[in-house]
Design a protein around this ligand. Structure first.
Ligand code: UDX
Length: 432
């Protein structure tokens, strides 16, 4: 199948690369010339394990190519995937102007039947808008079909999630488009992974519903963690004990510093807006959001218990990215925390294995270190913000020797309170 992926950001690039790897011919389009020039040289704009190798492998045999020429991309393809950004606008709604502008180009340049697939997260009804715009920009009537194919990839696990998904959701009208979509995902659907065909509006809502449900689980556990801190009980045991119920399942029950990233905060807010616009209060999701904001601020209060006077104190931060295995700083809880610490007059020493370059564009007045040990030297406290695996297995005796005061606030519960006490740390974590 000849496929064009418009938008070579996170979704477009990973989807394009995986689709090429599954044997399709893929043209990736982006309006950013610098990005395309880099991609042609094999330089990828994001950190995603496995992506570079897969991209190089497919670029070598020209199964994936890169261009800024959207007309060329559209005309040479049977199927067009739209994977452009839908950032929050001032009202917390998803801004779909980039999608609409792509739809205009598709209408203008299409030269034969196409299936137009939206992969960007966008409010219910967007695909129908895309259809109207495409039609209105056509010089002569050319048939096309529409499909909504939401993406459930997690950053850091994107390749695995794309090639081995729990499900593939496709909202589509018409048998012809359905067959084409089926053939694209042929490799995956031959395994036991179901393709769920549904109507377009349901597909659009499934994406929001999934992210909002996962965010709800996290906020619920974070609120329970606050209760554990008051009445006793261990939130990790509670996650285990509830997760063993097969109706609940074990995943996305980890209490911590609050969810961040490019999807959960944005999608929860957007779904609240969609509900509000339709006269629904969105009581649950409003609370999910509020608990998350509270949770992001809660680590600062814990640090204050160990370091009551923050002015000119040195605080080490391990982990800046919103989660491990990514360099993504979007809506990272570290941003809220570091702002609070700096306002209180603390100096920050930071280390993150991947996100420091991105962090440098956000923070001022932070010192960055090349390894976790040098970041903690002479600090009054160490705060664990992102649960990178490499932090789990460090020499904690050495960390204690390097710290000025043996204070650790663990926002991700990566250590055992009992072990930390034995090692002589003042150790605070979340809900234990
Ligand atoms: C998410 C969805 O999982 C994915 O399906 C969708 O396509 C995009 O949004 P992503 O944002 O990459 O993926 O990360 P994810 O692993 O889902 O984590 C989101 C946030 O929740 C992170 O800040 C993470 O630290 C937090 N989280 C996750 C918890 O606090 N506790 C958990 O148990 C799980």
């Amino acid at each position: 199948m000849k496929i064009c992926c418009i938008g070579s950001g996170y979704v477009g690039l990973v989807a394009g690369t995986c689709l090429a790897d599954m044997g399709n011919d893929v043209i990736c389009v982006d309006s950013n010339k610098g990005k395309i020039d880099n991609l042609k040289k094999g330089i990828i704009p994001i950190y995603e394990p496995g992506l570079k190798d897969m991209l190089e492998r497919n670029a070598r045999v020209r199964r994936i190519t890169f261009t800024t020429n959207i007309k060329d991309g559209i005309q040479k393809s049977d199927v067009i995937f739209i994977g452009v950004g839908t950032p929050s606008d001032l009202n917390n709604c998803a801004d779909i102007s980039a999608i609409i502008s792509v739809a205009e180009s598709i209408g203008k340049y299409m030269n034969g039947y196409k299936v137009i697939v939206n992969k960007s997260t966008a409010p219910v009804g967007t695909l129908e808008k895309i259809g109207k715009v495409v039609k209105s920009f056509q010089k002569k009537a050319i048939r096309f079909d529409l499909a909504s194919n939401p993406e459930f990839m997690r950053e850091g696990e994107a390749i695995k999630d794309f090639t081995n998904p729990d499900r593939i959701v496709i909202g589509v009208q018409g048998e012809k488009a359905k067959k084409i979509m089926e053939s694209i995902y042929n490799g995956i659907s031959r395994t036991d992974k179901p393709i769920m065909f549904t109507d377009i509006r349901s597909a659009e809502l499934i994406k929001y519903a999934s992210n909002a449900m996962l965010a709800t689980r996290i906020s619920f556990m974070n609120e329970l963690a606050q209760l554990c801190e008051k009445v006793g009980g261990d939130i990790k045991e509670i996650a285990k004990g509830t997760g063993l119920d097969s109706r609940i399942g074990p995943r996305f029950l980890q209490a911590g510093i609050g969810y961040g990233g490019s999807c959960f905060p944005k999608d929860v807010n957007a779904l609240i807006q969609i509900m509000n616009e339709n006269g629904i209060d969105a009581k649950i999701l409003t609370a999910v959001n509020e608990v998350n904001e509270q949770q992001k601020r809660s680590l600062f209060e814990k640090i204050q218990i160990l370091v009551p006077k923050m002015k000119n104190k040195k605080i080490a931060i391990w982990g800046l990215a919103f989660k491990p295995k990514t360099d993504d700083m979007r809506d990272a809880p570290s941003i809220t925390l570091i702002k609070q610490l700096q306002e209180a007059g603390a100096q920050i020493n930071a280390f993150d294995p991947e996100a420091m370059d991105n962090a440098k564009t956000i923070f001022r007045g932070i010192k960055y270190y090349d390894d976790p040990y040098s970041a903690v030297k002479n600090c009054d406290a160490l705060v664990i913000v992102t649960e990178w695996n490499e932090f789990r297995d460090l020499d904690l005796k050495k960390v204690k020797r390097l710290l000025k005061c043996p204070n650790i606030v663990d926002g991700r519960n990566i250590y055992e309170p009992k072990d930390m006490k034995e090692l002589g740390f003042h150790y605070l974590c979340v809900g234990r």
